[in-house]
Design a protein around this ligand. Sequence first.
Ligand code: DGY
Length: 331
Amino acid sequence: MNRPRVLVSRTLPRQVEERLEQCFVVIRQRHDRFLRTIELVETSQGADALLVTPVDRIDADTAARLPDRVKVIATYSAGHDHLDVATLNRRGIQVSNTPDVLTDATADIAMLCLLGAARAAPAAMQWLREGGSREWSPLDHLGLDISGRVLGILGMGRIGAATAYRAHAFGMIVRYWNRSTVEHPLPFETHPVGSLDELFASSDFLSLHCAYSAETHHIADRRRLSLMPRKGVLINTARGELVDEPALLSALDSGALFGAGLDVFANEPRIDDRLRNHPRIFALPHIGSATISTRIAMGHAAVDNLIAFFETGAVRSPVHPVPDGRTTPEK
Ligand code: DGY
């Protein structure tokens, strides 16, 4: 049987590349960078499947222009807001993602962001790098305790729950809001709140774990940020567009919020310099899943999905649009 032809948009870990070569005829692009719409359509000619990453956007227009031969798209990510799943499914193209394998790595980064922002790490590190040599002082580099404080989790999916679990071990009190009933049992006492506003108003620390969609665009907007307790901290490891960034900057500059821990930004990689350089923002360049073993596991999960599709006609971890056309909300 002829091996299926798979367009692979980026260079993946060696083990994954080797497996791809064994199982498929791999179509590569010349440079290791995201595919522009036109390139994506052009390089997909002759492909049966695409293996893409979160920076390769397939909107409704691009989805409509993909060749009929393409029957499956595996994204190398848990998030799938870069894909118009409804249009792809209508065209008979199945879509899969890589949930589960990146849960722990991403929850670790959420805790790093939480601790980095709470302990005012960016300003302290900058002081050190700039040669700060003043002797130890009782009043320098003061941050916040996290033990005994409330962590609000917005989106108690896999990553939200893993972050809650870690925060609980640090002595935090966990509250959460989730649009649907949480199916998985949490191994400690947690407190669901009745509304999003209540979550913002009662969280000393608020961590975003919902997927991005039209519905969640700027879910952390000016009004909701203003509900947070004074000296609150916002953490975002999900998608930058969940946050109204100018509103966040105003809240930080006015002292209403103490800090923010951000692994994601709107318009990556064109990150607003005011965010990247802010002394109260512990900022990372979207590295939630960036451990060696997690990135390998993500690759294998994507390959497993493609193999399952070509062997059985169905991917292993399908992504479905919700009935109104948006994709599912919790990661
Ligand atoms: C995802 O999986 O959605 C992350 O953003 C990249 O690992």
